[in-house]
Every structure is written in structure tokens, then in C-alpha cells.
Write a protein that binds this ligand. Structure first.
Ligand code: C2E
Ligand code: MG
Ligand code: MG
Ligand code: MG
Length: 291
């Protein structure tokens, strides 16, 4: 856009830009009412301990994923509304709602599974996150060790000292901290060495190309070795095929998440996994697949 402007061709782009701005403004206005109108909800995607045949007993936790059902536009993807919420400052309120909702939900499960919640950069840097997390834990009664906070790489680097202090304070609450989307941005080894992450989530981009691309296999293998060398556990994101799962099992990846294991869905679609309903089938998953 800046380039177009410099070339004096702004006239060509102005109507479209105008539209985008108006569109964004309207969307922002709608988002500011989304919590009150009950349009936000959480989907939950299961994470499993790595093994070739995954059964109900292998589920170790869920990641909470925000959903916004707009009254006229339908579902707006989080990749769109989270950045919008960040730009407008709404993320503080929305992020707190997400955290509270996820913790409240997880605290109601008979099984003491992990619950992972994504934190946006703005939330991490601009609010008294430690006080908020502490308050939500007390309010919901969730055991702190069950909460995992996912932070994308790069967030901490802008203000290294502050980031480190914040991470340490969070960890004194007893919660766990994961580095999300590892490898997608500005990963550096210094980063991994400096910050006390409990978990690394290997970005879906690498998992996606396993089996088709030798570089991805080499990178995933190396990241698993690196994580284990640092005493950090590894989760692979976006596992969609049995071939990918087999590779990850062979390489010793600790946990897996992806469509192969389960889709993100309202939690009432996973009553057995959280222990709210008995298993309908006592047979192991392997036996079930034969029939
Ligand atoms: P993420 O934290 O890396 O979440 C994983 C994304 O990958 C989710 O997309 C999930 O639906 C998708 N996914 C999971 N398994 C598979 C798979 O096997 N194949 C493919 N193709 N995709 C898979 P989603 O829900 O659209 O979320 C996108 C991103 O938006 C998230 O990436 C996260 O960065 C952000 N986000 C979602 N919910 C929240 C939230 O509550 N707070 C914040 N701050 N960010 C959120
Ligand atoms: Mg995540
Ligand atoms: Mg991720
Ligand atoms: Mg991702």
C-alpha cells in the first residue's frame, strides 16, 4: 500500500482500502459486543501421548481454541479476530474470558487432564497477566499444574528481561508454559536456552511435509533431540496421517495433536475423553478398527 501511494496510484486502490477500513471498523464494533452477546465459545482439541494406536486412555489434555460466531457472517476464524482484538485492545477482555472459560470447563472434568490456553502477544506484554492467571485459578479451583499457557515464539524477545521475569513469575504459580508454533518464526537457540519452557510445540508446517520432504524430517528429528537435551517435552501439531504419527513415535516425540487424533470441537462432543461418560466400548482401539 505504501508503495502504491508513493507511485501516486492511490486512486486505483482507494475504494478497496476504504471498504477494508469500513469493514474492519464494523467488525471491531461487533467484536466489542461479542462476549456480552454470547457469540464467543471455545472448541477443544485433544492431545495424546505418542503411540502408534491411540486410544481413549492416551489422551493427556486439550487445547482450547477460540471461536466467534458472528450473527451474520458466521464463524470468523481466530486468525482474523484475534489480531483484530489485539489491535483494538479488546484482547485483554477477550483473553481473560477465554482463560476463565477454559479453566472453569477443565475444572469440571472428572479426569484431571491438561488444558492448554493460547495467549496473544498483547496479553502477554500489556496486562498484569500473573495477577489475572492467579485470580482465575483461585476462582475456578483448577489445579495450577493442569494449566498450560501457550506463547508463540518471538513474543518474549522484544523485551528479554521483562519476558524472562514474567515467565518466571508465571511458573511460580505452578502453571506450565509452552512455546507454540516452534520453527514458524524467529526461533533461536538462545531463546530456548534462556526461557524456562516446559514444552515445545513443533509447528504444523514441518509435520505437514513429513514423508514428502527430507528436510522436514531432519528438522523434526533435530528439534525433538534438542528439546529432550534441554529437558523439555515435545508436542507435534497438525498430525493428520498415520505415517506422520509413526515417524513421530519412532523419533520419540512425547505427544501429538491433530485431525488424526481429534478435531477441535465443543467439549460436549468429547464426554468420554473427559470422563463425563463411560467408554461405550471397552475394546482397545486396535481391535475396534478391525470390525
Ligand atoms: P494454534 O495455537 O497453533 O492452534 C492450532 C491450529 O491448528 C488451530 O487452528 C487448529 O484448529 C489447527 N489444527 C489442529 N490440528 C490440525 C490438523 O491436523 N490440520 C490442520 N490443517 N490444522 C489443524 P485455529 O483454531 O483456526 O486457530 C488458529 C490460531 O489462532 C491458533 O494457532 C492460535 O494462534 C490462534 N488462537 C486460537 N484460539 C486462540 C485463543 O483463544 N487465544 C489466542 N490468543 N489465540 C488463539
Ligand atoms: Mg496453540
Ligand atoms: Mg500452535
Ligand atoms: Mg500453529
Amino acid at each position: 500500500r505504501a508503495k502504491a501511494h508513493a507511485r501516486g496510484s492511490i486512486g486505483l486502490f482507494a475504494p478497496e482500502m476504504d471498504m477494508q477500513i469500513r469493514d474492519r471498523r464494523a467488525l471491531h464494533q461487533d467484536l466489542s459486543n461479542a462476549i456480552r452477546n454470547g457469540e464467543l465459545s471455545l472448541y477443544y482439541q485433544p492431545q495424546a501421548a505418542s503411540k502408534r494406536q491411540i486410544g481413549e486412555g492416551d489422551i493427556v489434555g486439550f487445547e482450547a481454541l477460540a471461536r466467534w460466531r458472528h450473527p451474520t457472517r458466521g464463524f470468523v476464524p481466530p486468525g482474523e479476530f484475534i489480531p483484530l482484538a489485539e489491535e483494538s485492545g479488546l484482547i485483554v477482555e477477550i483473553g481473560e474470558w477465554i482463560l476463565r472459560e477454559a479453566c472453569r470447563e477443565a475444572a469440571s472434568w472428572p479426569k484431571p487432564l491438561q488444558i492448554a490456553v493460547n495467549l496473544s502477544p498483547a496479553q502477554f506484554l500489556n496486562t498484569d497477566l500473573v495477577a489475572t492467571v492467579h485470580q482465575v485459578l483461585v476462582e475456578t479451583g483448577l489445579q495450577p499444574g493442569r494449566l498450560e499457557l501457550e506463547i508463540t515464539e518471538g513474543v518474549l524477545i522484544d523485551d528479554f528481561d521483562r519476558g524472562l521475569a514474567l515467565l518466571r513469575r508465571l511458573k511460580t504459580l505452578g502453571v506450565r508454559v509452552s512455546m507454540d508454533d516452534f520453527g514458524s518464526g524467529y526461533s533461536s537457540l538462545t531463546y530456548l536456552q534462556a526461557f524456562p519452557f516446559d514444552k515445545i510445540k513443533i509447528d504444523r508446517a514441518f509435520i505437514m511435509h513429513l514423508g514428502r520432504n527430507v528436510q522436514s524430517a531432519a528438522i523434526v528429528r533435530a528439534v525433538i533431540g534438542l528439546g529432550h537435551g534441554l529437558g523439555v517435552s515435545l508436542v507435534a501439531e497438525g498430525v493428520e496421517t498415520q505415517e506422520q504419527l509413526d515417524f513421530l513415535v519412532d523419533e520419540g516425540c512425547d505427544a501429538v495433536q491433530g485431525y488424526l487424533i481429534g478435531m477441535p470441537a465443543p467439549i460436549d462432543q468429547y464426554p468420554v475423553l473427559v470422563g463425563l461418560a463411560p467408554s461405550p466400548d471397552p475394546m482397545p482401539a486396535r481391535a475396534r478398527q478391525v470390525s
